[in-house]
Ligand binder design. Sequence first.
Ligand code: NAP
Length: 307
Amino acid sequence: MHRITRRDFTKTALAAGGLLATGSAAAVAEPAGVIRRRIPSSGEAIPIMGLGTNRYGVGDSPDARAPLRDALARFHELGGTVIDTAPSYRTSESVLGDLIRDLDIRQDLFIATKVDRDSGRDDSLAQTRNSVRKLQVDTIDLMQVHSLNDWKNNIPLLRELKQDGRFRYIGLTTSRSSQYAEMEKAMLKHDLDFIQIDYSLAQREAAERLLPLAAERGMAVMLNRTFGGGRIFQAVGDRPLPAWTAELQITSWAQFLLKYALSHPAATVAIPGMTKTRHVDDNFGAARGPMPDAGQRERMEDFFDAL
Ligand SMILES: NC(=O)c1ccc[n+]([C@@H]2O[C@H](COP(=O)([O-])OP(=O)(O)OC[C@H]3O[C@@H](n4cnc5c(N)ncnc54)[C@H](OP(=O)(O)O)[C@@H]3O)[C@@H](O)[C@H]2O)c1
């Protein structure tokens, strides 16, 4: 039996209110004010604030898991759905699987993980099966090829498994500009639902070719490393925010960085790494209210470059 999930419910409610007009690329607002954007290949709308979990591989210790459980619960409470993980993030998939089961929130989530094997079809297939088992799900929402690993073989395999209903969407990730030329080749050759790429005020190279290409090819864009792994906070230090950021309802540097990244016209969702509840609260402030326009984005760049 098909269970009515919050996702279905929201979709129905928004459609009834005329907010999910077919073919419109416009952002739609959640009741809680969290902005949602559409996945071009399906029209499904997802909240623009996701969760990166490369620091969730803490193993079995209840003490180590407790703050992650709180952060995940808060993420869900604030309307977050998109969670990105990977088999290479140590025990992250298993920890998430257990926490999601304990919180009983699977039905509300959009779970993304990855394949990174380069030893042939059987090995990649086994890895995807392990992810399904560890995450304790029937279907994975988005399966991505991690950092282009054996993409020429792995993308066709993921497409086949998507056709079998094992995954709802497929994609390809990178977080290094040295891979962009190869990424471009893959994006031109294959119809992907998503790409995932590093993009931040400190690393804007993706905006030169790959973000426009994703928009042109109808691919959703998941942004990683929006804080440069956390290092950008050292660059801003304890400087106060410029007064003009108030018009964008920005109250922290994290929101400044996220609103910059998320206001790129090709952006669909950002996945900042968050292991603390207070960071989840802070970052959701960037998923509401006005987004910078082209002029404000330039001002943000000038300000950052002058630091
Ligand atoms: N090739 C790939 O596919 C690839 C590569 C890299 C990353 N990723 C994905 O992208 C995600 C994000 O990347 P990342 O975690 O390396 O880098 P990031 O999101 O740029 O930075 C995460 C760091 O920022 C801190 N932080 C989060 N919110 C904050 C806030 N409001 N104020 C101050 N500090 C804050 C986090 O602290 P706390 O942890 O203490 O909350 C963590 O130390 C990963 O988790 C992963 O899912 C994918």
